[in-house]
Each structure stands twice: as structure tokens, then as C-alpha cells.
Design a protein around this ligand. Structure first.
Ligand code: AMP
Ligand code: GLY
Length: 421
């Protein structure tokens, strides 16, 4: 089979890497891909938002299956377009993707279906929003309604921070139309869990659990980022809590969507806060997480293509999935300045030394080849170093051991992933 993976990050590298081990996949393409993906797939220069060129490519190359990495093509309706043309594609339709592309839609949906989440109100007027913040007090959380590349959420400890967030979203319009509405919600204190499942719209197949580290610096200090490291399994999830997550969040979500006429096929990712042993939804994503995928897929033993085909065919109940008992851990190596402005084009040293080391895999995110053929930095998050071990401590030791071999100018990373768990 020929498979196209859409996207260019560490998540897409992990998807392509797992698919490259499939017994049925003959050829992988990636649009647009990166320098690491280029080792296992043919990278094609089509941007992931350019839906009509992607469709043309799929027709021209006789691609059998397309897997969508990032949210944007899903929110733009790539699945609707491909399905209309009879092309197999993994991901929800535009209507289903609203769970991620509109926080207002997601909150109202959760209210309709009694899915636990923080108390909230929606505002389109700055004055009313500001009055509400004064009434409620801090801490409080302000969210732009639409997609904002993971930057649209402000957890505000002080009144001034909250009004500043409102000003940026509603007056300066830093997220454009994505900030026309804001959700203001209660601030939940607890432990965060990323819970991902495959679903065919009816059947649910949970993935192993994971934990993201969103803040830039050790001890969860500094600004929010796309994610600076992950580990799996998430040690706080007990069998009992997992049952609670499935029964109060995942199943009602898939069922609620179906009742509203949306057959949600693909990956559903619930970002949860666990408060007093109960899950509350912070956000839904309609795709694999990045960098969660970099710890989840290395633990998967089953052929990923078989799972995708079962999702497409509505036969997830027929497939038996095996996961490794080992733990995995991923540390993100980022450019100096990330998540703010950063420079690109610095050569990355040491990658050759890591190749072939058992239990280590380096997933590329922002990398490319320069004109001399060297691999250079090309983004904020540059690499994700994943290690597998018998437990988190062993995986941590292996991952940081491998990181000692890698160097690029301005490289920054968290030193505390997997510490104290
Ligand atoms: P989101 O993109 O909605 O997951 O938000 C990004 C991050 O903001 C989350 O991972 C949490 O750390 C934090 N966050 C979001 N909503 C809340 C909330 N209601 N209470 C506390 N923290 C939150
Ligand atoms: N790691 C967070 C996300 O993928 O949205």
C-alpha cells in the first residue's frame, strides 16, 4: 500500500516511522515532512493547508490511504473533500473537528452531553468579559475560541494578567478571527493527563496513557509551549480512573457526536485535569498529540496500518491491539527563544552517533537539509529524543544519555522529564 502522511513535525515522524514497520506498507510519502522523515518517506513539497494540491497528489500517485497529522487541514475539511472523492483518509470531518477548532462548540457540546469540564461563560464583548472577571476573581482561565497554534490559552493568577489576555485577544486581535469569541473558565487545580483513543465513530480503542509537559522550564515554570516532553504510561492513571475517563468522557463524547449526526472517525485526544480523582476536560484535540505520539507509538506492537484500516472500515471491535509493557519517555530539544522568536539554520551534530543505539529513537520536528546537505534547525521544537525502558527511570536515563551526544547552537530542553514520578 501507498500511504501519505500530512504534516512536518515529530508527531508525523513517529507516525511515518511506525508505518515504515508495517508489513503492508510499501511506500510512504509525507507532505511536507522534514529531514528525519526523509529517511523513511518521500517528502513532497505541498503544504498541509493546501487541500486541493494534496488531493491532486493523492490522485496522481494512487495513494491508498492518507493520515492527517495536524489539526488545521481537519478543521478546513480535508476529510469531507477526500471522502467525497472516494479517498481513504484518517481523521474526523470538519463538523467533528469543531471539538478542537472551536472551544465554544466544545464547551457547549460538553454541557449538552453532561461531560465534566470547568464552569465557563462565552463573551463577544470586552466590557462584559472584563466585568465577569472582576465578579469571579482570579485565578481564571481565558481562551480564544478558535485555533491559535496552542497559544490561545491564558491561565491568569492576577486580575491584570486576565485583562491583558483579554486585551490581546479581543482588542489587539492577535489571533485574528479565532479571538472573536472568548471562553472564560474556572481554573482547575490538579494533575494533567493526555488520554487518546482511536475510534471508528462507534467503537473505541484506547491508547496507552501519557503525560505532556507544556511549560518551557523545569518544575513547570515559564510560558506554555506546544509540549517540551512526554512520558508513558502516565503514573497517576489507575485502572479505576481509566474506567472513569472512558465512562464519563470518551464514551459520552463519541455517542453525543453520533446523536448530533457526526460519525467521528480517527483519533480523539482528551486533555484532562484530574481533580480529586475525577477527570475534567480542559480541551479536545481531533488528532494525535505532539509530543504524545512520540511516546505512544513506540509502545505499540500491532501494525498501525491494521488499526487505521479498522478505523476506516468501522471494525475497531474486530482488532486486537498489543502494547509493550515498557515505559517510554521523550524530551524535546528546542531552539533558543522558543516559544517566542528563534533563529533557524544551525547545524545539528551527533545524530549519526545515536543511530542504531538500542531503545533510542530521535524524532525530527523542525529540521531540514541545507544546501551543503547538512541537517540544520528549522523550527522552534527541533528534535524529540524518545527512549524505551523497563520503567520511567530507566527510559529517562537512556533519553538524557542520548541527548548528551546531540548539539546545536542555542539548544534548550527540560532536565526534569520523568523526574519525581
Ligand atoms: P488547552 O490548550 O485548552 O489544553 O490549554 C493549555 C493548558 O492550559 C492546559 O494544558 C492546562 O495546563 C491549562 N489549562 C487549560 N484550561 C485550564 C483550566 N480550566 N484550569 C487550569 N488550567 C487550564
Ligand atoms: N501536546 C499537546 C498537543 O498535541 O496539543
Amino acid at each position: 500500500m501507498k500511504v501519505l502522511v500530512i504534516g512536518s513535525g515529530g508527531r508525523e515522524h513517529a507516525i511515518a516511522w511506525k508505518l515504515s514497520q508495517s508489513r503492508v506498507v510499501d511506500k510512504i510519502y509525507c507532505a511536507p515532512g522534514n529531514a528525519g522523515i526523509a529517511e523513511i518517506a518521500e517528502c513532497v513539497e505541498v503544504e498541509s493547508k493546501d487541500l486541493s494540491s494534496l488531493l491532486d497528489f493523492v490522485k496522481y500517485e494512487w495513494i491508498d490511504l492518507t493520515v492527517v497529522g495536524p489539526e488545521e487541514p481537519l478543521a478546513r475539511g480535508i476529510v469531507d473533500i477526500f471522502q467525497k472523492e472516494g479517498r481513504k483518509i484518517i481523521g474526523p470531518t470538519k463538523a467533528g473537528a469543531q471539538l478542537e477548532s472551536s472551544k465554544v462548540f466544545a464547551k457547549e457540546f460538553m454541557k449538552r452531553h453532561k461531560i465534566p469540564t470547568a464552569e465557563y461563560k462565552v463573551f463577544t464583548s470586552y466590557t462584559h468579559a472584563e466585568e465577569y472577571i472582576r465578579l469571579k476573581g482570579t485565578p481564571i482561565v481565558i481562551k480564544a475560541d478558535g485555533l491559535a497554534a496552542g497559544k490561545g490559552v491564558f491561565v491568569c493568577e492576577k486580575y491584570e494578567e486576565a485583562t491583558e489576555a483579554l486585551r490581546l485577544i479581543m482588542k489587539e486581535k492577535i489571533f485574528g478571527a479565532a479571538g472573536e469569541k472568548v471562553v472564560i473558565e474556572e481554573c482547575l487545580k490538579g494533575k494533567e493527563v493526555s488520554y487518546l483513543v482511536f475510534t471508528d465513530g462507534k467503537n473505541i480503542l484506547p491508547m496507552v496513557t501519557s503525560k505532556d509537559h507544556k511549560r518551557l522550564l523545569d518544575d513547570d515554570e515559564g510560558p506554555n509551549t506546544g509540549g517540551m516532553g512526554t512520558l508513558s504510561p502516565n503514573p497517576i492513571i489507575t485502572a479505576e480512573l481509566e474506567k472513569e475517563i472512558l465512562n464519563t468522557v470518551i464514551k459520552p463524547t463519541i455517542k453525543g457526536l453520533r446523536e448530533e449526526g457526526i460519525i467521528y472517525r480517527g483519533i480523539l485526544y482528551a486533555g484532562l485535569m484530574i481533580v480529586d480523582n475525577k477527570p475534567y476536560v480542559l480541551e479536545f484535540n481531533c488528532r494525535f498529540g505532539d509530543p504524545e505520539t512520540q511516546v505512544i507509538l513506540p509502545r505499540l506492537e500491532t501494525d498501525l496500518l491494521d488499526i487505521f484500516m479498522a478505523v476506516w472500515e468501522g471494525k475497531l471491535n474486530k482488532i486486537e491491539v498489543k502494547w509493550k509493557n515498557d515505559a517510554s519517555l521523550c524530551v524535546i530539544l528546542a531552539s533558543a527563544g522558543y516559544p517566542g522568536k528563534y533563529k533557524k539554520g544551525f547545524p545539528i551534530k551527533g545524530l549519526e552517533m545515536i543511530k542504531g543505539i538500542k531503545d533510542i529513537v530521535v524524532f525530527h520536528a523542525g529540521t531540514k537539509f541545507n544546501e551543503k546537505g547538512e541537517i540544520v534547525t528549522n523550527g522552534g521544537r527541533v528534535l524529540g529524543v524518545t527512549a524505551i525502558g523497563k520503567d520511567i527511570a530507566e527510559a529517562r536515563q537512556k533519553a538524557y544519555g542520548a541527548i548528551d551526544l546531540i548539539k546545536f547552537e542555542g539548544m534548550q530542553y527540560r532536565k526534569d522529564i520523568g523526574l519525581n514520578v
